[in-house]
Write a protein that binds this ligand. Structure first.
Ligand code: HEM
Length: 397
C-alpha cells in the first residue's frame, strides 16, 4: 500500500459535512491509514472488529480525553469505565450492569411514551418546530435525570449542567463552552455528592441507589466513582441519542419512499432505527492505543500508536453490507458497529434504541407528515455525527 495514495483529513470541513466518500476511498486504497496528525485510521469492518475484540493489544486508555479537559475534573474522571481495560474494566462493568439491566430499561417505556407525548403536545400545534431543541435534545436528559433520581426541583439546574457537559462531548469546545463547563462541573459534582449521601442514608429505586448498593457489595465503587459514572452516563448517553433521532429524521427526509413505507407499516420502526444507526452513525469513531507492536491488515503499528476505529466507515463497508450507501429500512442491518463491539459495547444501547423507537413511532402516529423545513445545523466534531438544530414542519393527523 502506498502511504500517500489517499489524503484523508478528518478535520477538513468537506469531510466533516460528508465523510462517507473518504471512508470508501480509505477502505479501497488505504484500509489502515496514517493521518497527518499521526494516528492510524482503520476503515474496514473486519479490521475495526479485530481492533475492538483485542483489548490486550489495543487499550481503551485512548478514550480518556482528560488531557484536553480541566485537570481532575469530573468529566475527566467520568471516563473511568469507558477508558479502562480488563481486568479493571470487567469488574466495573459487572457492577454497573447490575444497576443498568434490560429489565430496568424496559420498565421505562410507559414513562418515555408519556414524556414524548408531552413534548409533542407542545411542539406539534406550532406546525414549525425544532426537532432537536423541542424533542430529541430534552428527552434523553430527562430520562437519565429520572433514572439517576435527580430531584424534580433541581431539573432546570441539572439540565443546564448536563448541557454544559454535553457541549464539550464533540471534542472541539470553544472558549465560551470551556468557561461554562468550568463553572458547571463543580456544581454538578456537588449536587451528585448530595444525592449520593442522601441515597446512602435512604435508598430509593433509582440508579444512584443501585450503584451504591452494587458498590457496597463488592466494596469497589467509591462515592467518587458513583459520581463519575453519573457524569459518564450524561456524556455517553445524551448527545448520542439526540444524534440518532436527528440523523434518522434527516435520512427519512432525504428518502421519502422509506418514510412512506414506515408510515404505512409502523412495525418497521425498529428496523428503521437499526438502519439509521448503520447508515449515519452517531458515534463515527472510537480511539484505542496499541500496547505493543501489532500488525493490522498487513500494516505494522508501533507500540503506543493511536488508533481510530472508524465505526461510520465499517458500517458502510461493501464487504459486509450489500449496496451499503443505500438507506434501506427493510435491510438486515445486523452486524453494524454503531454501539461498538466487544467488552465496551454500549451499556446504554437498549435505552437508546427504546427512546429512538418511541420518538419515531410517536412522530408517525401523530402527524400526517413531517418534513425538514430549514438547513440542519451540524455539531462540530469528527467523531460524533449529529445535529444541533433541525427545523421541521409537521401536519397533525
Ligand atoms: C444512539 C445512542 C448511542 C450510541 C451510538 C452509543 C455509542 C457507544 C459506543 C460506540 C460505545 C463504545 C465505546 C468504545 O468502544 O470505546 C459506547 C459505550 C458506552 N455507552 Fe453508549 N451510545 C449511545 C447511547 C448511550 C446511552 C443512552 C447511554 C447511557 C445512558 C450510554 C452509555 C454508554 C457507556 C456507559 C459506555 C461505556 C461502556 C464501557 O466502557 O464498558 N450510551 N456507546
Amino acid at each position: 500500500m502506498e502511504p500517500n495514495a489517499v489524503a484523508y483529513d478528518p478535520f477538513d470541513p468537506a469531510v466533516l459535512a460528508d465523510p462517507y466518500p473518504s471512508y470508501r476511498e480509505l477502505r479501497e486504497r488505504a484500509p489502515v491509514y496514517e493521518t497527518a496528525a499521526g494516528f492510524y485510521a482503520v476503515a474496514r469492518h473486519e479490521d475495526v472488529l479485530a481492533v475492538l475484540r483485542n483489548p490486550a493489544g489495543y487499550s481503551s486508555s485512548a478514550m480518556n480525553f482528560s488531557a484536553t479537559r480541566p485537570e481532575g475534573s469530573a468529566e475527566a474522571r467520568g471516563r473511568l469505565l469507558i477508558a479502562a481495560d480488563p481486568p479493571v474494566h470487567t469488574r466495573l462493568r459487572g457492577l454497573i450492569n447490575r444497576a443498568f439491566t434490560s429489565r430496568r430499561v424496559a420498565e421505562l417505556e410507559p414513562r418515555i411514551r408519556h414524556l414524548v407525548a408531552g413534548m409533542l403536545d407542545g411542539a406539534l400545534p406550532r406546525g414549525e418546530w425544532d426537532l432537536v431543541s423541542d424533542l430529541a435534545g430534552p428527552l434523553p436528559t430527562t430520562v437519565i435525570a429520572e433514572m439517576l433520581g435527580i430531584d424534580p426541583e433541581r431539573r432546570e439546574d441539572f439540565k443546564r449542567w448536563s448541557d454544559d457537559v454535553v457541549a464539550i462531548a464533540g471534542g472541539m469546545p470553544d472558549e465560551a463552552e470551556m468557561a461554562r463547563l468550568q463553572r458547571s462541573l463543580p456544581e454538578l459534582d456537588g449536587y451528585l455528592d448530595e444525592v449520593i449521601a442522601e441515597r446512602r442514608r435512604a435508598p430509593r429505586s433509582d440508579l444512584v441507589s443501585a450503584l451504591i448498593e452494587a458498590s457496597e457489595d463488592g466494596a469497589v465503587l467509591s462515592p467518587e466513582d458513583v459520581r463519575s459514572l453519573g457524569v459518564l452516563l450524561l456524556i455517553a448517553g445524551n448527545e448520542t441519542t439526540t444524534n440518532l433521532v436527528g440523523n434518522a429524521v434527516l435520512a427519512l427526509d432525504a428518502h421519502p419512499d422509506a418514510a412512506e413505507a414506515v408510515r404505512k407499516n409502523p412495525a418497521l420502526v425498529a428496523n428503521l432505527v437499526e438502519e439509521a444507526l448503520r447508515w449515519d452513525s452517531p458515534v463515527q469513531a472510537v480511539f484505542r492505543q496499541t500496547t505493543r507492536e501489532v500488525e493490522l491488515a498487513g500494516t505494522k503499528l508501533p507500540e503506543g500508536a493511536l488508533v481510530l476505529g472508524l465505526l461510520g466507515s465499517a458500517n458502510r463497508d461493501e464487504r459486509r453490507f450489500p449496496d451499503p450507501d443505500r438507506f434501506d429500512v427493510r435491510r438486515d442491518a445486523t452486524g453494524h458497529v454503531a454501539f461498538g463491539f466487544g467488552v465496551h459495547f454500549c451499556l446504554g444501547a437498549p435505552l437508546a434504541r427504546l427512546e429512538a423507537k418511541v420518538v419515531l413511532e410517536s412522530l408517525f402516529a401523530r402527524t400526517r407528515s413531517f418534513r425538514v423545513a430549514g438547513a440542519p445545523e451540524r455539531i462540530h466534531s469528527f467523531f460524533l455525527r449529529g445535529l444541533r438544530g433541525l427545523p421541521v414542519r409537521s401536519e397533525v393527523v
